[in-house]
Design a protein around this ligand. Structure first.
Ligand code: NCD
Length: 312
């Protein structure tokens, strides 16, 4: 693996290798001394042009716990605020001799472009580009779901149905998850009001359901996605209240889920809009497991890109 730009670029063997190594990395989180020498001497730049708590924090922890040197840059506080372009920013940092970039940008495709600008031996990880892709999120979701399945039933993906519910039009998480879950062999159902169902979704090869209530008893996992107001120009639904009535994981819907069904949300959550506190804090909620998986999975991804044989 040279870059990680899109979930669809990963083969079943690569996914298994990343998730299995992440299991080992996960143990580091509970140690008193959280330090591995794995990426000593390697330098990673975290270039975040959009706000982030989980993704940015967990990449930085992953780098530090593997002894890489981490440099953090954001739009504000860098020369981007003076008008420097993404290309010049990437070329400038690349010229300093770094080994990898982790990039989040509001432009769909911006991270793919960056991968074409860096020197040949430099890796680029997509930490979320516009409404396009967020591959490490899909990997950490798969990690948290796989652990849940191992605890509750069988590990196989083929007999699992994952419902992804919410603002799908503006979500990069849904695009990466659909690709990854299809590669793993799971059944995916997309649930959203017609105004928030992505254009061209009928070509994605997944089931599309406008009625959330009908899906509740069928899903092994319900993945609730945030209503992304910052990406919306104009009204996509009449009011937050109406959205919740039709598509929120309310206490009432929680009771109609299949027994043992897991609840996922990538965060940040709009409690009371797409997810009730009863659901977010329920025993089958994986929300904090997803966060914890994020560090382990990002450690594993960085190892696969930078720490493998012949790379050191
Ligand atoms: C997601 C993102 O930024 O795409 N969050 C995350 O990375 N944990 C989803 C969101 O912002 O709603």
């Amino acid at each position: 693996m040279k870059h990680l730009l899109a979930a669809a670029d990963l083969s079943p063997a690569e996914i298994a290798s990343i998730l299995d190594l992440a299991e080992e990395m996960h143990a580091v989180q509970s140690r008193q001394v959280k330090k591995l020498p794995t990426l000593r001497g390697r330098t990673v730049v975290n270039l975040f042009f959009e706000d982030s708590t989980r993704t940015r924090g967990s990449f930085e922890l992953a780098e530090k716990w593997m002894s890489a040197d981490a440099v953090n840059m954001s739009g504000k506080g860098s020369s981007v605020s003076k008008g420097e372009s993404l290309r010049d920013t990437v070329l400038t940092l690349d010229a300093m001799g770094v080994d990898a970039f982790v990039i989040r940008h509001s432009g769909s495709g911006a991270v793919h472009q960056a991968a074409g600008w860096v020197r040949p031996n430099v890796s680029v990880v997509n930490a979320g580009d516009g409404a396009h892709e967020h591959p490490t999120q899909a990997l950490l979701d798969a990690f948290a779901m796989r652990r849940h399945f191992r605890r509750h039933s069988t590990e196989s993906w083929e007999d699992k149905t994952i419902a992804i519910v919410g603002d799908l039009t503006h979500s990069r998480v849904v695009r990466s998850n659909v690709s990854l879950l299809q590669t793993l062999g799971a059944q995916v159902i997309l649930v959203a009001p017609p105004t928030l169902m992505p254009a061209g979704v009928s070509t994605w090869g997944v089931e599309i359901a406008p009625d959330f209530d009908a899906v509740l008893p069928r899903a092994d996992v319900v993945m609730m996605l945030r209503v992304q107001r910052e990406r919306m120009a104009g009204g996509f639904f009449p009011s937050a209240r109406e959205y919740t009535v039709g598509y929120g994981l309310t206490r009432d819907r929680l009771e109609r889920l299949k027994p043992g069904a897991a609840i996922c949300h990538p965060g940040p959550m709009n409690r009371g809009v797409e997810i009730s506190s009863d659901a977010a804090d329920s025993v089958n909620s994986l929300v904090l497991d997803q966060v914890s998986a994020g560090v382990a999975v990002r450690m594993s991804v960085l190892y696969h890109l930078l720490g493998g044989e012949g790379q050191a």
